[in-house]
Design a protein around this ligand. Structure first.
Ligand SMILES: *[C@@H]1O[C@H](CO)[C@@H](O)[C@H](O)[C@H]1NC(C)=O
Ligand SMILES: *[C@@H]1O[C@H](CO)[C@@H](O)[C@H](O)[C@H]1NC(C)=O
Ligand SMILES: *[C@@H]1O[C@H](CO)[C@@H](O)[C@H](O)[C@H]1NC(C)=O
Ligand SMILES: *[C@@H]1O[C@H](CO)[C@@H](O)[C@H](O)[C@H]1NC(C)=O
Ligand SMILES: *[C@@H]1O[C@H](CO)[C@@H](O)[C@H](O)[C@H]1NC(C)=O
Ligand SMILES: *[C@@H]1O[C@H](CO)[C@@H](O)[C@H](O)[C@H]1NC(C)=O
Length: 418
């Protein structure tokens, strides 16, 4: 028989162990770039059975990725925007794919109690995948919310349809729901929420925030989550089309994580016919893993270890005050500038016409300085440095300050200009 006396230190030790392991300094993150199976194009809505059949085929593939990630010790896995039902819908044809997704405050484990808020087979399956594999699962699905004449903003068809991220914790509980605020122009099948939602949740491996794709170009909710709500990691399902010069997934998203000094788990849809590829696990000190594949139709699982609280990690680089830094730079000479259009923006360019050189190119308030040395330059190549500072108006409207140095693109531009 064990006396109480001898039990006490032992139970104290166990408690210490639990406390110690309950807050992690590091964790393992997974993202899955998924080659989504698209529904057949249709003008008439399919039945909800047919919609579920397609979603289950996509979830079969996600299930394999979730199991592999969990087997490698991942605490959380992010899957892409539109990764369960695809895209190119009207409001009507999307409807059979939607579920009513409750506010996480209801404290719900769909895997245990799937019928509590009406039929929810997709949430049930995602919740069971999270619970059965003891891993946080992040997915993008569609929410429907009925409304009526008492709401002057209620759409004519009597419902809101939201592009929605959901997070299930490792017990299968719904812990986050985020309705995308900055819809991309072609997302007419969805409504945007009246106000941007700033969705955060705590875990034993840090504080998380979440948003979707085009949101990353705007102040809310993205910047607020980091600067005011102080999250450690951003979860970022996306269906990102790579467009030069600056809207390229790996470069843009890794730079955002470095500039904002947070972790960013970016999971892209894989559709090379639409230039969609490029996923990564990005930390403030650089990408820990990334994937870009414009050749094959395959999905890809990425796994990497991250600091749970990058702002207090030893490798944290204290944020540079770039405004201050810029005032200390003496501009190089501006040489032979010319203008040209890239992605419909009129850049100011200067050619890199020596083996090595120092160059400054300014447009309005934006000056970019470059020190360069060429390792190799083919006869038919031209290199230039360009700057743009203004309102971008194609495929979305937003102000940009962007500089880049590029070879081949310029060549194409000069040819088409002639
Ligand atoms: C979920 O259901 C299982 C089996 O029905 C049960 O053992 C478990 O306690 C439930 N979990 C919660 C958190 O309700
Ligand atoms: C998360 O945890 C921190 C520190 O333990 C606490 O201050 C904060 O209120 C928690 N936030 C949420 C959303 O639970
Ligand atoms: C994909 O990128 C290529 C090269 O930039 C471009 O020519 C093509 O139009 C793009 N495709 C789509 C669907 O945007
Ligand atoms: C950065 O530097 C600028 C210019 O010197 C200054 O106005 C600003 O307050 C600084 N910002 C921070 C966060 O220190
Ligand atoms: C400026 O351009 C001219 C002609 O292209 C070139 O000969 C010269 O070296 C350039 N100067 C600098 C500082 O790059
Ligand atoms: C560029 O400027 C740096 C100082 O900023 C100088 O050391 C270097 O020699 C310059 N390079 C060229 C090719 O002029």
């Amino acid at each position: 028989m064990v006396s109480f006396q001898s039990l006490l230190p032992w139970s104290f030790f166990v408690l210490m162990m639990i406390l110690k392991s309950s807050a992690l300094d590091k964790y393992t993150a997974a993202v899955y770039e998924h080659s989504v199976l698209l529904p057949k194009p249709t003008h008439k809505p399919v039945s909800s059975e047919e919609a579920l059949k397609l979603m289950n085929r996509n979830m079969d593939i996600l299930e394999e990725a979730i199991k592999r990630a969990a087997a490698q010790g991942a605490h959380i896995i992010v899957t892409p925007e539109d990764g369960i039902y695809g895209f190119q819908f009207t409001r009507e044809t999307l409807y059979p794919y939607l579920e009513d997704i409750p506010d996480p405050q209801v404290n719900w484990i769909p895997c245990n109690d799937s019928q509590r808020f009406g039929p929810a087979p997709v949430q049930e399956r995602l919740s069971c995948l999270a619970r059965d594999n003891s891993i946080y699962v992040v997915a993008n699905i569609g929410d429907k919310k009925p409304c009526d004449y008492t709401d002057p903003k209620c759409p004519n068809d009597g419902r809101y349809q939201y592009n929605t991220n959901v997070v299930f914790d490792s017990d299968g509980k719904l812990v986050a729901r985020y309705h995308k605020f900055n819809l991309f122009m072609s997302e007419a099948q969805f409504d945007f929420p009246k106000e941007p939602e700033h969705v955060i949740f705590n875990t034993s491996f840090g504080k998380f925030g979440i948003f979707t794709c085009f949101d990353i170009l705007f102040h809310d909710p993205a910047i607020t989550l980091v600067s005011k709500l102080k999250v450690d990691t951003i979860l970022f399902p996306t269906a990102w089309m790579n467009v030069l010069p600056h809207l390229t997934a790996v470069e843009f998203h890794s730079a955002w994580a470095m500039g904002m000094q947070v972790n960013l788990l970016s999971s892209n849809t894989h559709k090379i016919g639409m230039n969609m590829t490029g996923s990564g696990i990005y930390a403030p000190d650089g990408p820990q893993a990334y994937h870009y594949d414009a050749e094959s139709e395959n999905g890809q699982l990425l796994i990497a270890e991250l600091h749970a609280h990058p702002s207090v990690s030893p490798t944290y680089l204290h944020a540079v005050n770039w405004s201050l830094h810029a005032t200390t730079i003496k501009p190089f000479p501006q040489n032979n500038t010319f203008s040209g259009f890239i992605f419909s923006d009129e850049f100011t360019f200067s050619q890199l016409d020596n083996q090595a050189g120092n160059l400054t190119v300014c447009q309005k308030d934006l000056c970019c300085h470059l020190s360069y040395r060429m390792t190799e330059q083919q006869e038919d190549e031209v290199y230039a440095l360009g700057s743009f500072d203004g309102l971008h108006v194609v495929e979305g409207e937003y102000y940009l300050q962007v500089s880049f140095s590029q070879g081949e693109v310029l060549l194409i531009m000069i040819e088409s200009g002639n």
